[in-house]
Write a protein that binds this ligand. Structure first.
Ligand code: PLP
Length: 450
């Protein structure tokens, strides 16, 4: 519902009353926010009529693209039938039952139980309590340390931000909370130059083993990582990393958790990033692509080993008023069904993903200050560097990235800067012609940057 106001009025009211996430309010007072009013496919329109290519699918979430007509219709019907009821205290409803059934079909084998949340952060916090509870009900309450990674992102709640390795988040709100450890990220370009990527993958996995031994395996509940680090800058570990991490977790009886909030629901060309990266977690967390952002919903997929213990363990004293919200569940069901039945995930794997990767490398590979051009499926990045030959990064991390991102934005293309990593993750419905359009704009912008 949009009130008829001028763009200037919207900007002024926004700056006066709206505290934006991850945004310096001074910047809003100076320029004002861009007012986004409409979306269709991979495109957005702002209040001044500019057509924008959304190379980020919102916040890595609008997998199915903007402007679907079927999802609002499903929401409307569900709202009329049952706008709300909860799933606490022995009640359920058809929307959440159907969603759970469908999710157990698209999930890798052995994931038959799902716990609902409203966001990625809540999925992560739920998982953190769940893994500690898993060990406690087996008589091991001291097995409660969670190991995450520096520069990993697991959300903004106190638990998620603690587990994440963004130090600028730890600096606010007295984080991390106790019982959290971090290891270095598997970023070959920065930490592994003197090894092959495969050797480095094994070396980076040993950082996990070293940390488990330092803390003591009897105190470590779980290791948690994004299959591909998203907000950390699309850091894709070498192929050897995840299988070795899995082996290490099994060796020390530590649960392995994948945070699939970005990688899940087709982003990497498989349904889940763990399938692309070749490992089997015990639990994985999701949100974003589950509903393609049409309504807030998240889900924790619980593998059989953990589910059997939880089911035997009685009450898990955890849940949200809106866990399994009927309207969000109905919309998520329609979204996941469309991703499957319209062949959208398959297309990312077989057609648009490979095409994007080829064009991404061809577009950016030859710039003087662009290196480590990388990606899989429809998630990709490159790093702005001072010297390609020596792998030297710019001294002030993030300045070049922000400049570059701003040039894209002025030219009606949204791609994101994570420090000096430039990343993209467009809606999965992007066509080959739209990939050409997006990379054409990006290439011309980068010429201006260089
Ligand atoms: N986990 C990962 C891997 C994410 O990328 C994000 C958000 O970007 C989150 C968790 C938090 O999700 P939300 O913002 O929905 O709370």
């Amino acid at each position: 519902m949009q009130t008829a106001r001028t763009t200037e009025q919207w900007r002024e009211l926004d700056a006066a009353h709206h505290l934006h996430p991850f945004t310096d309010p001074h910047s809003l007072n100076q320029q004002g926010a861009r007012v986004i009013t409409r979306g269709e496919g991979i495109h957005l329109w702002d209040s001044e009529g500019h057509k924008i290519i959304d190379g980020m699918a919102g916040l890595w979430c609008v997998n199915i693209g903007y402007g679907r007509k079927d999802l609002p219709e499903v929401a409307r019907r569900q709202m009329e039938d049952l706008a709300y009821y909860n799933t606490f205290f022995k009640t359920t409803h058809p929307a959440v039952v159907e969603l759970s059934h469908l999710l157990s079909e698209v999930a890798p084998e052995g994931f038959r139980h799902i716990f609902y949340t409203n966001s990625g952060s809540e999925s992560v916090d739920t998982m953190m309590r769940m893994v500690r509870h898993f060990w406690a009900v087996q008589g091991k309450p001291e097995k409660k340390v969670l190991i995450g990674r520096w520069n990993g992102y697991h959300g903004s709640t106190i638990g998620g931000a603690s587990l994440g390795g963004m130090t600028y988040m730890h600096e606010q709100g007295d984080l991390p909370i106790p019982g959290i450890e971090h290891v270095e990220q598997p970023w070959w370009y920065k930490y592994g130059k003197d090894m092959t990527p495969e050797e480095f993958g094994l070396a980076a996995a040993r950082w996990v083993e070293d940390k488990i031994l330092e803390v003591g395996p009897e105190r470590v509940a779980a290791f948690v990582g994004e299959p591909i680090q998203g907000a950390g800058g699309v850091i894709i570990p070498p192929s050897t990393y995840w299988p070795e991490v899995e082996r290490i977790c099994r060796k020390y009886d530590v649960l392995l958790v994948a945070d699939e909030v970005i990688c899940g629901f087709g982003r990497t060309g498989e349904w889940f990033g763990q399938q692309t990266m070749g490992f089997r977690p015990d639990i994985f967390t999701t949100a974003k692509g589950l509903s393609s952002g049409y309504l807030p919903i998240g889900a924790v997929f619980v593998g059989d080993r953990v589910a059997n213990v939880l089911v035997a363990g009685g009450d898990f004293n955890h849940g949200f008023t809106y866990s399994g919200h009927p309207v969000a569940a109905a919309v998520a069901h329609a979204n996941v069904k469309a991703l499957r039945d319209e062949g959208i995930v398959d297309r990312v794997k077989n057609e648009t993903g490979p095409y994007m990767q080829e064009r991404w490398r061809a577009t950016f590979g030859n710039f003087d200050h662009v290196d480590d051009v990388r990606g899989v499926g429809l998630i990709q990045g490159f790093t702005l560097v001072r010297n390609k030959a020596t792998h030297e990064l710019f001294p002030e991390w993030g300045t070049a990235g922000t400049m570059c991102r701003d040039i894209f934005f002025e030219n009606n293309l949204i791609m994101r800067a994570c420090g000096d990593h430039i990343v993209a993750a467009p809606p999965l419905v992007i066509t080959k012609a739209e990939i050409d359009e997006m990379l054409g704009v990006a290439g011309r912008c980068l010429e201006r940057f260089e």
